[in-house]
Design a binder for this molecule. Sequence first.
Ligand code: NAP
Ligand code: MG
Length: 462
Amino acid sequence: MKAHDGMYIGGEWRGAAGTDTIAVVNPADEQVIAHVPAGVAEDVDAAVFAAHEAFPAWAATPPAERAAKIAALRDVLVARKDEIAETVTAELGAPLQFSQMVHAGVPILVAGSYAELAALYAFEEKVGNSTVYAEPVGVVGAITPWNYPLHQIVAKVAPALAAGCTVVLKPAEDTPLTAQLFAEAVHEAGIPAGVFNLVTGLGPVAGQALAEHPGVDLVSFTGSTAVGKQIGATAGAAVKRVALELGGKSANVILPSADLAKAVGVGIANVMGNSGQTCSAWTRMLVHTSQYDEAVELAAEAAAKYGDRIGPLVNAKQHARVRGYIEKGVAEGARLVAGGAEAPREQGYFVSPTVFADVTPEMTIAQEEIFGPVVSIIRYEDEGDALRIANGTVYGLAGAVWAADDAEAVAFARRMDTGQVDINGGRFNPLAPFGGYKQSGVGRELGAHGLSEYLQTKSLQF
Ligand code: NAP
Ligand code: MG
């Protein structure tokens, strides 16, 4: 695959400060497909400087003009969507159809939503004898993971640009080619030099330099809870704005009145879609004791049917980690009804769609984020029990509730400690705020709520 050997800084591809590179591996066949530069603190410095220089003019650009540039960016993403899908498939391993629909499709939707929001948002409001202005926070340091490589970039960059902020992005080391493609799209869209800058590199080097940089006014991070805590602490010490989108262990709550086959089928597909590498995946399926055996049978069938259609995990480390969790599930007494720890192919980081029955709420596989194609089916006795189990982890990112009618499901969902719940298989909405309760994070992405994260208010009294 083609790759740039520099960083996108100040509107051009510049040589990297150091000579180290990162090998990009295709997880389906373990072959090296490209190399990108491993950025160091000097690269981050140069990128933050460029973003700082570009900020006053971009912040002063009328929202309608910023909106037009974001619309142009969306149009480039549309024109290059096949290339986006192929790139994500090459470096993440997602099946091509999933890459086309989700990895390319969703960022196009989100970019489009911010083109509209930038034009419509009330950046000025009257409150009594005051006029309140919503002003951009400044230079944004964005640090993104590999699991939805383009979506997570667009979910930060589009609202930041709509708000009038400028950005330095440090993408995940596993998926830098998608980030380079995005930088090309920014350039093609005619977004002014320095408004968006890209530094590829390793988390503890380039990522940390960005998070700690005094010239960065807001850090927006998506990734693991461990790194998120560190970034939150650094930002706190510097009295810097921070948004954290961390892990999840979401519950798929199937109430006894629900259409069981549909709830189980959609629930399994929800986890397997990106090989389980989705922070909001419903990895715990909660089923009433009266329907438990039937649900287990349906889930095992659905997982087996998924079989060969599943993509690999992103890298060797995740492959080992996920298989370790499956072994731990067995060791703690859960019952494997589909899949298992054994690698289904000789080459590539594949794990079979795996389903555990007889999982109890305190087991490791029911508490920790596995980030693989593994579903735990947990039994509940009554609704109170279901709610205690659903809320019984440190996370609270997403979830689902199924019942005969929406009102019954809503009543349950309102008692869940979580940021987003799909009612009876509700569709993805790019305008709905996304983000966590509890240790799933701080702040919200998407829609108007996501835009407001990049704004601060100034009140003038008359
Ligand atoms: P991660 O290390 O938290 O990676 C997220 C981003 O942070 C990457 O760009 C990473 O760079 C960077 N980073 C790492 N250490 C950093 C540091 N000290 N300072 C600043 N930035 C740093 O996550 P991971 O290792 O890729 O995945 C581990 C686990 O995290 C997964 O198994 C999963 O449980 C969770 N995860 C959650 C999400 C989510 O959407 N909530 C996404 C991905 C992973 P590198 O790419 O170089 O590491
Ligand atoms: Mg990492």
